[in-house]
Design a protein around this ligand. Sequence first.
Ligand code: ADP
Length: 250
Amino acid sequence: MVRALNVSKHFHGVEVLKGIDLDVAPGEVVCLLGPSGSGKTTFLRCINQLETIDGGRIWVDDDLLGLEEKNGRLHRLHDKRIAKQRREIGMVFQRFNLFPHKTAIANVMEAPVQVRGVDKATARAEAMALLERVGLGERSHHYPSQLSGGQQQRVAIARALAMKPKLMLFDEPTSALDPELVGEVLDVMRELADDGMTMIVVTHEIAFARDVADRVVFMDGGVEVESGPAREVIANPQHERTKSFLRRIL
Ligand code: ADP
């Protein structure tokens, strides 16, 4: 579903991704772990083309992102084609960014109606089904300010799913939540994983990574330090940098 090859990215001359490779199979859940500043968020944003990479290639479902080959040379894709590629990928951010003046269901319906041109009745029925799936069927007409942070994040997940993405990216989806609200969001993500969604998750929730991820990738300083089956890497890290990170966090 995802292939990243030798991806590099710098900001103002500082290299924050130094040749990252990643393969994610359909239905696989991969957690990106590592200390703050190691490049995890930047890498996710590159996969969603919120950042343009400086080197390497990324494919999602065999589609080369952002570039096309013409006359043996690579050219940047037209913005419309990039927007189309981005629609295939759902992203959930640390901050939920719901439209504050729209109800939960209106937030979920927005993109299918505006971007995909789905008729309102269909979009409403699909949005309702998604809100029920994230346990918020009863709250569909609440505004974001009337929902807890955990509920808002679940609406944000429903909103991303409404575009029927092939791939879901989660960027520290629980780190802005009060501790007692973390579990309900992780539960929704766990169900999504069980349903076969392909997911890449940046998280500090080690128990979630161990129990739900097929694989973890440990990053530090813009490189992959270590990766492997989630349980193995977390229980028995090989690299000193992974060991000291896990010691600090556990
Ligand atoms: P992580 O998600 O692992 O905490 P990030 O990808 O957020 O790491 O950041 C990696 C590095 O890139 C950090 O040093 C950060 O300050 C820098 N960085 C991220 N985004 C930008 C940006 N838009 N402009 C400049 N520097 C950035």
